[in-house]
Ligand binder design. Structure first.
Ligand code: MLC
Ligand code: AMP
Length: 518
């Protein structure tokens, strides 16, 4: 009886967890939680979501839950009830949250009580029902029922990601797609139930959800979840001798290097010694500079394993677990993933050393952009997904050259759309026109910067930047907020009248980082 209610599941990841019932799945600020607890909690959660219904039948359910055991219980609870999980970022302002809830069509938002104020306006605007995690954890008044069969082809997850146009789009994966993505990584990076990963990544993106959390759960490993990234805490845990795996974006490694450099000689020695024992450290989501690769090697003795991926495709190209990890390169296609380069006309490029756009095929590719058939179709050439990234193959390894679109910016590992930011900024009364660009930055990869044609000749650069920052923060995720501003009389355009963003980027490069007054 207990078996069928708590552990029997058509979902591979949940079924697999039953094999590890007594092992620790999650370590969070409340302590250690075995897989058996996750099975029980997610079953109750599923019952609470179902109420009298037998199956949520792919109803999207949003959730805003702190990193830790409850996050997984809610995620699995939604899946076990037959719903589609839509994670929300607790740091997003109301308009971003409202967009995700409205666009996904989620009618229920499971939330931790401390996020009540954050969620209030978006829930009110969309009419979504707020279900406290605490209440959902108790299960359903209707009692426990047999949970529905959820086949691999059913939709599982919607992750919101910025594209070149409009607001962020929902990238939909099925259970089968997630399984393919996970199995590829578990095999490539040698995950076992003896692993323990230190998790300090956001839980509304694929890097934190699939690569770090779901791979650990799939393998019967332990996932130690920090409430947020804090360099001192991460160093303390990395050097504890308890962790075997770590995954992060390059900005995190830059911040960890800075933290180490600020420590005393004795502290540095202890941090370096302690972290040398990890089995594997991975970098991805943005380019890792050879400088950071070398610094990390000096400090920890680890050659960071750099890999390349995207929300729509999962991970596609990776340096090897065993074998040469070449700095500045992302390695070779992962098992089961097909990768090709095409030229501007979409023709396949053969042979090495000719740059082209990366296209990908394989069982880990997303199903669709949520309710955007045209966008989904446009993302493919034949059955190949076009990433919009350019690369070249040199001596067998892929090297990423950058994006084809200047309107996509990667900052701190987050992808943001310049056009989305411009649309919001143009709503400010002091702005007549503006151009948002990503400017190379040693810490953030790229910095979001804006050239502004002011509405009034009296506008003052520094004051306007501060005003715009405060204003944008209420409307956009903080990583989309411009960090620097230049006032211009007009934006640079070519003979056709088209905005020339490289020229805007150059203005900021020439000016250098720092305050907006320069
Ligand atoms: C924050 N700040 C920034 C910034 N973000 N400044 C410039 N550019 C940015 N992008 C500023 C804040 O305003 C604040 O300034 C200070 O930095 C600290 O802010 P914070 O929010 O506390 O920063 P921190 O927690 O240190 O965040 C840094 C980070 C975070 C690197 C931990 O950006 C992060 O978690 N990034 C990971 C994103 C990710 O998971 N991407 C994967 C997408 S999936 P002040 O002045 O107020 O102190 C994908 C596919 C794949 O890409 O291949 O994986
Ligand atoms: P996202 O849309 O947030 O999933 O981000 C995916 C994008 O991140 C890719 O299209 C690349 O532009 C970038 N990216 C991921 N990994 C790497 C890497 N190792 N090097 C360079 N860019 C990367």
């Amino acid at each position: 009886m207990k078996e069928s209610l708590y552990t029997a599941s058509s979902l591979a990841i949940v079924r697999g967890a039953a094999r590890f019932e007594g092992r620790v799945a999650i370590v969070d600020r409340h302590g250690a939680h075995p897989f058996g607890d996750l099975l029980g909690a997610s079953s109750r959660m599923a019952n609470a979501l179902l109420g009298e219904r037998p199956d949520l039948l792919e109803e999207p359910v949003a959730f805003m839950v702190q990193p830790g055991v409850d996050y997984v219980s809610v995620l699995w609870g939604i899946w076990r009830a037959g719903g589609i999980a839509v994670p929300l970022c607790p740091e997003h302002p109301a308009p971003e949250l409202e967009h995700v809830i409205r666009d996904s069509g989620a009618r229920t938002v499971v939330f931790d009580a401390l996020f009540g104020e954050t969620l209030g306006p978006a829930a009110e605007a969309t009419g979504a029902r707020l279900l406290p995690t605490k209440q959902a954890k108790r299960g359903s008044a209707a009692g426990r029922r047999r949970l529905p069969d959820v086949e691999p082809f059913r939709r599982a997850l919607i992750l919101y990601t910025s594209g070149t146009t409009g607001r962020p789009k929902g990238v939909v994966s099925t259970h089968g797609i997630l399984t393919a993505q996970i199995e590829t990584l578990v095999e490539a990076w040698g995950w076992t139930s003896e692993d323990r990963i230190l998790h300090a990544l956001p839980l509304h993106h694929t890097h934190g959800i699939v690569n770090a959390l779901l791979c650990a759960l799939w393998s019967g490993a332990t996932c130690e979840m920090l409430p947020r990234f804090d360099p001192a805490v991460v160093w303390e845990r990395l050097s504890s001798g308890e962790v075997t795996l770590f995954m992060a974006v390059p900005t995190i490694y830059v911040k960890l290097v800075a933290e180490w450099e600020n420590a005393t000689a004795t502290e540095r020695a202890a941090l370096s010694r302690g972290s040398a024992d990890l089995r594997l450290m991975v970098s991805g989501s943005a380019p890792l500079t050879t400088h950071v690769f070398e610094r990390w090697l000096d400090i920890t003795g680890h050659e960071l394993l750099e890999r390349y991926g995207m929300t729509e495709i999962g991970m596609a190209i990776s340096n090897p677990l065993d074998g040469e990890r070449r700095p500045g390169y992302v390695g070779v296609p992962l098992s089961g993933v097909r990768v090709r380069l095409v030229d501007e006309g979409g023709q396949r490029i053969t042979g090495e050393e000719k740059p082209g756009r990366i296209q990908v095929r394989g069982p880990g590719l997303f199903l669709e952009y949520w309710k955007r058939l045209e966008d989904t179709r446009a993302a493919y050439q034949d059955a190949w997904f076009d990433t919009g990234d350019e690369a070249v193959v040199e001596n067998g390894y892929y090297r990423i050259l950058g994006r084809t679109s200047v309107d996509i910016i990667k900052t701190g590992g987050y992808k943001v759309s310049a056009l989305e930011i411009e649309n919001v900024l143009r709503g400010h009364r002091a702005i007549s026109d503006c151009a948002v660009v990503g400017v190379p930055d040693l810490e953030w990869g790229e910095r979001v910067c804006v050239a502004v044609v002011p509405a009034s000749a009296e506008a003052e650069q520094g004051a306007l930047l501060e005003e715009l920052k405060a204003w944008a923060k209420d409307r956009l995720a903080s990583y989309k907020v411009p960090r620097d501003l230049i006032l211009v009389e007009e934006l640079p355009r070519n003979a056709m009248g088209k905005l020339t963003k490289p020229e805007v980027q150059q203005m900021f490069v020439s000016k250098g980082p720092g305050d907006a007054g320069g």
